[in-house]
Design a protein around this ligand. Structure first.
Ligand SMILES: [Zn+2]
Length: 298
């Protein structure tokens, strides 16, 4: 990374009911020395205050889908989160009053994904950051989602570098100490990495990284009234990042019949049975696994 990092944002509560991130950011706001580094300014942000107060994911609309640049420029969008996103972008986005160079956006999931890093983009700076962090803890997975480009609707897209950190499995509205501690270790290690990078301290950065690329999101089986007619199959529940191949069980319908995976390509499902994705029509996201050089896209 050749750019000099001046401001780093640690964000929690983009989804108001994801308590791990909210609690961790509150901790950092209280113990500011933890996140202070010599070569840049770190600041902490609770992104959706009203949703946090009500322990809800959002008030009017998912804040993490409000950062599409056309939506930000659309005066007709006046819901709470649309206005919030415009305010956040005017402040912290590129060209804003206090633009940030790096964002860590802390989320949690009901899916059994452990700690998952979702880089802002597949640029070398982002892949190297993700590769470095996963080298510290091999249980970490790196996922490139369906919105892995700049100008995506995600909050993280305000900055060129950084990632979403997903932690699971945990229920909304619940915090667990071990999950919070994992996230804290990761964030502090990321700050150290950026500080070293800024100061030209030599570091061992892996030259390759193992990625899970999103291919497609699939919905639950539903009837004409959009009601669910099947559930995640018991053999598939909590099996995030485990391969699924032709004729493997996928769903179980209400008559007890197994619905199998019908494609030839073996894929690696993630976000299996994520609670917040029922309304988005997503039962899981299929990914393909690929090892790439961390400067592959330069
Ligand atoms: Zn979230």
């Amino acid at each position: 990374m050749t750019m000099k990092i001046k401001r780093v944002a640690i964000v929690g509560g983009t989804h108001g009911n994801e308590l791990t991130g909210v609690m961790l950011v509150k901790k950092f706001l209280h113990y500011t020395q933890l996140v202070k580094r010599q070569s840049f300014e770190t600041f902490c942000l609770l992104a959706n205050p009203r949703a946090i107060d009500q322990t809800r994911r959002y008030i009017d609309r998912d804040l993490n889908r409000c950062f599409d640049r056309h939506d930000l420029a659309n005066p007709a969008l006046t819901g709470y989160e649309n206005i919030l996103a415009k305010q956040l972008f005017a402040c912290y986005g590129s060209g804003g009053s206090e633009p940030v160079d790096v964002i860590f956006d802390l989320h949690s999931t009901t899916a059994n994904m452990g700690t998952t890093i979702i880089p802002i983009s597949n640029s070398p700076a982002n892949l190297q950051l993700a590769a470095y962090l996963s080298s510290l803890d091999p249980s970490i997975h790196i996922y490139l989602g369906l919105h892995s480009e700049q100008n995506s609707p995600m909050l993280r897209s305000m900055a060129p570098v950084g990632c979403t950190i997903e932690m699971g499995a945990i229920s909304p509205g619940v915090v667990e100490a071990n999950i919070l501690q994992n996230a804290e270790r990761l964030v502090l290690a990321a700050l150290d990495y950026l500080d070293n990078l800024n100061q030209g301290v030599p570091m061992t950065i892996p030259t390759t990284v193992n990625l899970y690329w999103a291919i497609e999101a699939i919905d639950y089986p539903r009837n004409g009234q959009n009601e669910l007619t099947a559930m995640i199959h018991p053999d598939r529940q909590s099996q995030d990042y485990q391969p699924i191949s032709l004729k493997d069980p996928l769903f179980l319908d209400l008559q007890g019949r197994t619905i199998c995976y019908q494609e030839e390509q073996t894929v690696f499902p993630v976000f299996i049975n994520e609670a917040a994705y029922y309304e988005k029509g997503i039962a899981m996201v299929f990914t393909k696994q690929q090892t790439v050089a961390t400067d592959y896209f330069s």
